[in-house]
Write a protein that binds this ligand. Sequence first.
Ligand code: HEM
Length: 394
Amino acid sequence: MTTSAAASGPSPLSRPSAAAGASAAAPPAAFNPLDLSHSDDPYPRLAALRRERPVSTPLPGWHVVVRDAEVRAVLADPALWSSRRNNTSVPDTPEADRELALSQLDPPAHTRLRRLLSPAFARAVMAELEPVVRQRAEALADRLEPDTDLVDAFAAPLPRSVLAAFCGVEEADAADYDRWAGAFTDLLGQRAHAEWPAFERWALRAADGPVLSGVLGGLDRTEAVTFLHFLIVAGVPNLRHALGNLVLRLLCEDHWRAEGLPEAIEESLRLDPPALWQMRTATRDTTVAGTPVRAGERVVAVVASANRDAARWGADADAFRPDRPGVRAHLAFGKGPHACLGASLTRLQLRVAAEVLIDRYPRTRLAPDFRFRRAGDFMSRGPAALPVHLERLL
Ligand code: HEM
């Protein structure tokens, strides 16, 4: 049996009321994805935009879509909505394309690479990894102090350590890899990073070995290095945020128990997706919900908003209801050809990490003065810190 104690006082989670952000006169201000000032709680603004301004244009050539229907349509259609060269500083030449991440390619280059890489994420691989994830989560959990910041001491290091295991990092390289996994956070200017040369030397050695179920053997060496780097950027910060969001949700919803965890994890990902939005570029002139978009202009598909759209999720879309039908159909992992390759690794890690914490510390409480402060760049969101009090059962 497990027991739990929710935070006392008002919940630190966002719960926009039906009227939140609504205004009788002026329509809600556009959602500017590059403006971090809304970031601790973007949800009231997004709710108002879904009602009143489903497409807004906060910057010239940047159109923000917030409803489930348009977000899904954009993500599902790579011919109209290109991912090519999203957020990149890589030169625009055919040779340099091998330095573009999987998420920055369109078909057919994307289709080829994704087909080659997918076996590394197969169900059997995840099953083999589960005991390793558990052992690493237990090792971290056993070292926790009674009063601790769970982000710093658990949610941040665990994804680095699990990704190292997934990528077959050997003991001798573990400390270096842990440092790289903390240092690489985005896809801009990666090769100029001070840690890049050492990382590249390791990655070239790894690419020649049997890591990742041998899938790197089908890639050229630059592609393999690019992918090993992208795994860090795609996997580490998002997982840290997802784990922090999950712990916070479970505690605030008085759901600190192992029963029903898989569904609770999906609800957490729906309500608090670590990746708030995805970007695409129009390949031709078109319209979105009646708004003209010209070829070359950007569309920002705000999955965090779509995940709370009452038109898709019902009137209780803002509520935590792990038993809601179709709970896995959220967009936290994207949709369409670029849907997250690491979704099963993420689900595995979130479940095992929560099981370990709940088992070790069934009486966990948020610090009474906890206030949510966001960590993450423009695209991502999770708690910067999670001060908790941990108690084992005697
Ligand atoms: C909570 C954790 C995670 C979240 C929320 C997340 C979210 C996403 C999203 C939204 C996309 C789609 C991007 C787009 O449409 O442009 C994506 C793609 C991707 N993710 Fe994840 N991710 C997570 C964890 C991971 C992990 C742990 C890995 C691997 C170690 C991973 C690997 C990838 C890869 C390789 C892609 C590119 C797929 C493609 O372009 O075909 N992700 N992720």
